[in-house]
Write a protein that binds this ligand. Structure first.
Ligand code: WAQ
Ligand code: MG
Length: 262
């Protein structure tokens, strides 16, 4: 059997996080990837890292092959319109307005967690470690799927690591039956596009989710039913690799999304 490796990198400077990256690769590609990740850490716009941690781990389980969620961009123009649209869309899949409000509020407090909050449909926090959250790891994309994704995103002028990595993470997360949806705000003060995601409507980019210059951010996973332990194990441990790319569309409005919902 072909051996796969999870390769994960974290870089910091004076103890401050600078960049991170991860993927799943077959053995022949591991050393090239290590070089690529190291290069990325040593020439990051936030400054040159003084400490780079690399984990190269042979996977004991064969990675689960999945598709990306379909991608589109909502025509939002302000944090207020983002919140309104998010409430509408997430409500249509059973997440209460209160939960969505609660998620936006918790993600705007300025306390940045390493991982995601887990929230039930009423907005009650369920993650065991409220400060750290749950960190999703062991995900990647095949070379072939990556080049198809690059082409599709290039047509929309979105071919960058930020969008790709977020789409890969959201596609892994939202594949689990206990996950209803996700809300994400970048912690980068200059990156003002966030997203909501769910199996029913895909990955919906949300321009102007926050105003420029704010360094808060985070993720909330809305969950239902089932056993928390199994879900957390899936998010942290189960290797998942993207092998098929769904459609990537440009601007849409909220009504279109609600009409097309699966
Ligand atoms: N698992 C769980 N939570 C995470 C993870 C992870 N692997 N990585 C980051 N987070 C949480 C953490 O609280 C971060 O502060 C927060 O999410 C935001 O992370 O299509 O860049 O890496 O243009 O800043 C969205 C792209 C970009 C939208 C999101 O997130 C688009 C982004 P960041
Ligand atoms: Mg960030």
């Amino acid at each position: 059997m072909k051996k796969f490796y999870s390769v994960r990198m974290r870089a910091s400077k004076d103890g401050m996080h600078i960049s991170g990256a991860e993927g799943i690769y077959d053995k022949n590609h591991v050393s090239d990837i290590v070089q690529k990740y190291t290069g990325r850490a040593l020439s990051h716009e936030k400054g040159r890292s003084d400490e780079i941690s690399l984990i190269i781990e042979e996977l004991k389980k064969r990675p689960l092959k999945i598709s990306t969620l379909p991608l589109c961009t909502l025509n939002t123009r302000s944090p207020e319109s983002v919140k309104k649209a998010s409430v509408k869309i997430l409500r249509s899949i059973g997440i209460t307005e209160r939960a969505v409000e609660e998620a936006f509020k918790s993600l705007s407090l300025g306390i940045t967690m390493r991982g995601a909050m887990l929230m039930d449909i009423e907005g009650v926090r369920l993650e065991p470690d409220l400060l750290r959250g749950v960190r999703v790891t062991r995900m990647g994309i095949t070379e072939n799927a990556d080049s198809i994704l690059s082409k599709k995103l290039s047509r929309l002028d979105l071919n960058n690591n930020t969008v790709k990595e977020a789409l890969i993470l959201a596609s892994k997360v939202n594949r689990h039956p206990m996950i209803l949806g996700e809300l994400c705000i970048s912690d980068d003060p200059d990156y003002t596009t966030g997203y909501i995601a769910g199996r029913a409507f895909g990955y919906i980019r949300l321009p102007h989710i926050k105003r420029r210059g704010l360094s808060y951010g985070g993720r909330a996973f809305f969950i239902t039913g089932g056993e928390l332990k199994g879900l957390i194990e899936y998010l942290q441990q189960t290797p998942v690799i993207i092998s098929r790319i769904n459609n990537c569309r440009g601007k849409v409005n909220t009504e279109e999304i609600l009409r097309k919902k699966k």
